[in-house]
Design a protein around this ligand. Structure first.
Ligand code: NAD
Ligand code: IPM
Ligand code: MN
Length: 364
């Protein structure tokens, strides 16, 4: 298979974890006979520095000419005082909006080898297997008016029926491929947008009689995510609730550095990026956990290219390295062997090779 992938490393640990994902993609290409044409482009603070724009036109052009986008992370203190249009985060919001990537899929799966690394008790964290379906191109992030004066500031929370329908439908479809349960998270006891959200979920569920549906208020969901995370299968929610709840859910796995994501639209095109940010506190130190970026690349192979076997091989290789007791500093403790970002990736690539050889070469 021949595919073009736009690679947007961004800022902080973004380039380190993106390099890691690229090494894994190269290994997959070599072993499974694919051609991945990687096209590098700037986004975020790196793009502000070079082009005075967090999402320059040339980056959009590269992405438009690609089959999928792999992104690292954006942001950093250097740009924190910039006006809104020159903030790295604006580049990320703009690329999501430009490509209509309304569905952000954030799977959260407990890793057996990391159960002792989670701050949650093992019996609470074990066997968690859920996915947060976060609406990504609406809500408070994009609503107008959005402005500030000396004395006040305004952000607008707006959702149209159509925006809610398409994300809720996506969640129902995903639930059909899983355990068949959707938890819709809102604040319908206070917010008008949430009341509309709940109505739409109730309407859509008629088309999915096989799916169990529950509504949960976001404050209560935040609590339940920590006390009883196995109660969730598919959680669907609006943009900001999904942002916050997914960072919270990452503690189940032991580290934010474990959570991948896919931002997709209906035709299979997608942007794949870790849930975490640019981690300025550890940037440039070869310490970042590359698992989230590597697993995001696996999501790309599966969702955008239909390469399920290759995606599964990557997941298995990452889990294998963790089971062998290796991890990066964010997961240190409990007798684990802490390795650098580079060493972790080397181990994943070795594991991929071992798997490939055992599946494709037979002795008799
Ligand atoms: P963050 O996710 O960057 O970091 C939070 C904590 O988690 C830090 O202690 C960091 O060291 C740790 N961490 C994150 N990813 C890790 C990894 N792969 N390996 C090991 N440790 C990891 O969040 P923050 O510190 O609140 O934000 C820093 C910057 O990142 C801000 O500018 C923010 O706007 C930006 N940000 C970007 C994205 C994105 O690009 N998608 C997401 C979140 C935050
Ligand atoms: C994320 C990030 C972004 C978001 C920021 C950097 C704009 O936190 O991808 O989770 O809030 O969507
Ligand atoms: Mn976030």
């Amino acid at each position: 298979m021949k595919k073009t992938i736009a690679v947007l490393p961004g800022d902080g640990i973004g380039p380190e974890v993106t390099d890691a994902a690229v090494k894994v993609l190269q290994s997959i290409a070599m072993r499974y006979g694919h051609t991945f044409h990687l096209k590098h482009a700037e986004i975020g603070g790196a793009a502000v520095d070079q082009f005075d724009n967090p999402l320059p036109q040339q980056t959009i052009d590269v992405c438009e000419a690609s089959d999928a986008i792999l992104l690292g992370a954006v942001g950093g203190t250097k740009w924190d005082a910039n006006p809104a249009h020159l903030r790295p985060e604006k580049g990320l919001l703009n690329i999501r909006k430009h490509f209509g990537l309304f569905a952000n899929l954030r799977p959260v799966k407990a890793v057996p080898a990391l159960l002792s690394s989670s701050p949650l008790k093992e019996e609470v964290a074990k066997e968690v297997d859920m996915i947060i379906v976060r609406e990504l191109t609406g809500g408070l992030y994009f609503g107008e008016p959005k402005r500030r004066s000396e004395k006040a500031a305004v952000d607008t929370l707006v959702y149209t029926r159509e925006e809610i329908e398409r994300i809720v439908t996506q969640a129902f479809e995903i639930a059909r491929t899983r355990r068949g349960k959707v938890t819709s998270v809102d604040k319908a006891n206070v917010l008008e947008t949430s009341k509309l959200w709940r109505e739409v979920v109730e309407e859509r569920k008629a088309a999915y009689p096989d799916i169990e549906v529950e509504h949960m208020l976001v404050d209560s969901a935040a609590m339940k995510l920590i006390t009883d995370p196995r109660a969730f299968d598919v959680m669907v929610t609006e943009n900001m609730f999904g942002d916050i709840l997914s960072d919270e859910a990452s503690v189940i796995t032991g580290s934010l550095g474990m959570l991948p994501s896919a931002s997709i639209r209906s035709d299979g095109f997608g942007l794949y990026e870790p849930v975490h940010g640019s981690a300025p506190d550890i940037a440039g130190q070869n310490k970042a956990n590359p698992a989230a970026a590597i697993l995001s690349a696996a999501m790309m192979l599966k969702h955008s290219f239909g390469l399920d076997t290759e995606a599964a091989a990557i997941e298995k290789a990452v889990m294998g390295v963790l089971e062998d007791g290796y991890c990066t500093g964010d997961l240190a403790g409990n007798g684990k062997r802490v390795v650098s970002t580079d060493q972790f990736v080397t181990k994943v690539v070795e594991e991929l090779e071992r798997e490939f050889v055992s599946e494709h070469i037979m002795y008799s």
